[in-house]
Design a protein around this ligand. Structure first.
Ligand code: FE2
Ligand code: FE2
Length: 319
């Protein structure tokens, strides 16, 4: 039987060892799950099956009435074909922005893995994750290609600024995994909501979402465990800095992931007042942004990133 620790220091050392092995057990489990359960877009998705072909006029692309734009009288008064095209354009834009975000993420993961020491369990898991994100990028781009729509991703200036993201791990790996959650959590939140909205979805969209949700669950789990393991042990001033920057990153990321695509507004000539009513001055839209970072907010609370100052920043960012 293990004897009780004789001092506070010894007890803390024991707890640290216990925490560390629990954390490593999680990483091993995630790595094993990546081997046991994964998908490859050109093997597991029947792109050319007649059921899976993309027809932009297919009514299954229409936005549901529960959607803020989908329920708006302006949208409801469009022809069924235009309604379907708007819905498809939105799905395709979300995938394009998603694949750009994941491109930044992969480069960041590789920058992180580059410096990991031999024997580090994170190395193998991060490579699994990078490979899965590679598959997601191909899967999303193939979908976009098949819509034949002139979908663009992030707006140009934002895309330029975003190029710093892969270098964040060189400054702080903790901040990098906050950035990861900032992109992955809102996408996951939206995809889960779509699958539960009770509508009939196009089988291609449904398959892509199911694959993505299943693999993202591991990525999100890794980022959360990483932060749980690291943040409480960070030096105070670094933790304070992380607490200040995190809500800023999360607020910006949630908006990038959930904002209405500008090209969609101009292409379908959505009137300004409709955009304002549906997206800008809409309490439900603001709530959606807050909800999409809900789990990360709770995590930040648990790992000690909340204090009166940082709470104010969360408020100011509207999250
Ligand atoms: Fe992904
Ligand atoms: Fe991911």
């Amino acid at each position: 039987m293990a004897s009780a620790p004789s001092s506070t220091a010894a007890r803390e050392r024991d707890e640290t060892v216990a925490d560390r092995s629990a954390y490593e057990a999680v990483i091993h489990r995630l790595s094993k799950a990546s081997v046991d359960k994964h998908w490859e877009p050109y093997k597991d998705i029947p792109w050319d099956d007649p059921e899976f072909l993309v027809d932009p006029a297919d009514s299954r692309w229409e936005l549901p009435e529960v959607d803020r734009l989908g329920g708006h009288p302006w949208y409801r008064s469009r022809s069924p074909e235009t309604r379907a095209r708007i819905g498809l354009f939105r799905v395709a834009t979300a995938m394009k922005i998603g694949l750009q975000f994941e491109n930044l993420l992969k480069r960041g993961l590789l920058n992180y893995a580059y410096r990991l020491p031999n024997g580090s369990p994170e190395f193998r898991y991060v490579y699994h994750e990078t490979i899965e994100e590679g598959h997601h990028g191909m899967m999303f781009q193939e979908f976009v290609n098949r819509t034949k729509m002139p979908v663009r991703g992030m707006p140009g200036p934002l895309s330029v600024i975003a190029q710093v993201a892969p270098w964040i791990p060189l400054i702080s790996t903790e901040l990098f995994f906050v950035f990861v959650l900032g992109g992955e959590d809102p996408i996951d939140h939206v995809q889960r909501k779509v699958l539960k909205d009770g509508q009939v979805h196009h089988p291609l969209e449904e398959t892509i979402m199911r694959i993505h949700i299943a693999e993202e669950a591991r990525h999100i789990s890794f980022a959360r465990h990483y932060l749980r393991n690291r943040v409480p042990r960070m030096p105070r001033y670094r933790r304070l800095m992380l607490g200040i920057i995190s809500p800023i990153i999360l607020g910006i990321m949630a908006r990038i992931m959930l904002a209405p695509p500008g090209p969609m507004i101009s292409r379908f000539k959505i009137p300004r007042n409709v955009v304002a009513e549906v997206y800008l001055h809409n309490a439900a839209a603001k709530q959606e942004i807050r909800d999409s970072v809900g789990k990360t907010r709770e995590l930040c609370e648990q790992v000690g990133l909340m204090n009166p100052l940082t709470r104010r920043i969360w408020k100011a960012m509207g999250i």
